[in-house]
Design a protein around this ligand. Structure first.
Ligand SMILES: O=C(O)CCC(=O)C(=O)O
Ligand SMILES: [Fe+2]
Length: 304
């Protein structure tokens, strides 16, 4: 057995094509998994520069469609850019990134072949604003759902997150009751006795279950930290419980297929084996359609 620290798997996308059974089990048990070297070389540089442009646009307060979100900076008391939605609509390399075969093979292993790419966002820690992200769950598994497959985010780090600024997680808290989680989230400070830090390098990825408790401290004098969140859900869970309509699921499947095709054409992805998305049954796709758009606003597709 040993402690959680001794048991944390070292997953390196440079030396494997997909997470292993053992690594998948660690993720299911603990609610998080770190994968190193997922985005490298030319792709990393390109994604960083695209998201820098988006950061600058957001920091300048240019808002189309209310996709850019702001909070009050702890240090400056000013409006500080903290999140932007629909990043794949805003950048072609982000579409190509959605087609990443290591990520998609691993998502398929955990969620099954009918998985759906739901959210695509970028979360920011503005430089020197010391914003604390309090303990939280991203959201809850839909009420009444007993399907054990995890709903999770894939967090792509574009900047280093060191011990001072990195994400902390509470291993296994994805299995806690709602009451237990709410109690722990009332923590007014940011206590870490039961938590572990997750330091990251640019290009590394965290899979984090939407129900694992996580957050980050203020990180005094922190540098800019950009993290892209791509969320995935098993199609069967979405189909039965939402929150999106069936129409949305089909539209997003065509977006995903298109992004996989784009990746096949990307010069920097030529050395890899592309992911084959092969949904079945009610999710099967008879003929791929060119997506009309890459931004299907969630609120237009909520179920009644
Ligand atoms: O990047 C971080 O430190 C945490 C951000 C986060 O968990 C969120 O925005 O949901
Ligand atoms: Fe979160």
């Amino acid at each position: 057995m040993g402690t959680i620290h001794e048991n944390i798997p070292f997953v390196d996308a440079a030396t494997q094509d997909c997470i292993t059974d053992e690594q998948a089990q660690f993720f299911l048990d603990n609610g998080f998994l770190v994968i190193r070297n997922v985005v490298v070389g030319e792709e990393l540089a390109l994604v960083q520069s695209e998201m820098q442009a988006l950061y600058e646009k957001g920091a300048a307060g240019v808002d189309d469609n209310h996709d850019y979100m702001y909070g009050i900076g702890v240090k400056s008391g000013q409006q500080v850019f903290k999140r932007v939605e629909y990043v794949i609509e805003k950048s072609d390399p982000m579409k190509v990134l959605l087609g990443h075969p290591f990520v998609l093979r691993s998502v398929e292993k955990l969620q099954g072949r009918n998985f759906i790419a739901t959210w695509d966002s970028m979360v920011l820690k503005a430089p020197n604003e010391g914003i604390v992200v309090p303990w939280h769950r991203d959201s809850a598994v839909p009420d009444g759902c007993t399907d054990p497959r995890p709903i999770f985010n894939v967090d792509f780090y574009l900047d280093e997150a060191d011990m001072q600024t990195c994400l902390w997680v509470i291993p296994g808290s994805n299995k806690w009751s709602k009451e237990e989680a709410e109690k722990r989230c009332k923590d007014p400070g940011f206590s870490t006795d039961d938590a572990i830090p997750v330091p990251m390098q640019p290009g590394d990825v965290i899979f984090h279950n939407i129900e694992v408790l996580h957050g980050s401290p203020s990180g005094d004098g922190n540098p800019l930290r950009r993290t892209v969140y791509y969320e995935f859900r098993p199609g069967e869970i979405e189909a039965e419980f939402g929150p999106h309509t069936l129409e949305y699921l089909a539209l997003k499947q065509h977006v995903l297929l298109d992004c996989i095709e784009r990746r096949k054409r990307a010069p920097y992805a030529q050395g890899e084996t592309p992911f084959a998305y092969s949904p079945a049954g009610a999710f099967a796709i008879s003929s791929p359609k060119q997506p009309e758009k890459y931004r299907y606003a969630h609120e237009e597709y909520w179920r009644r």
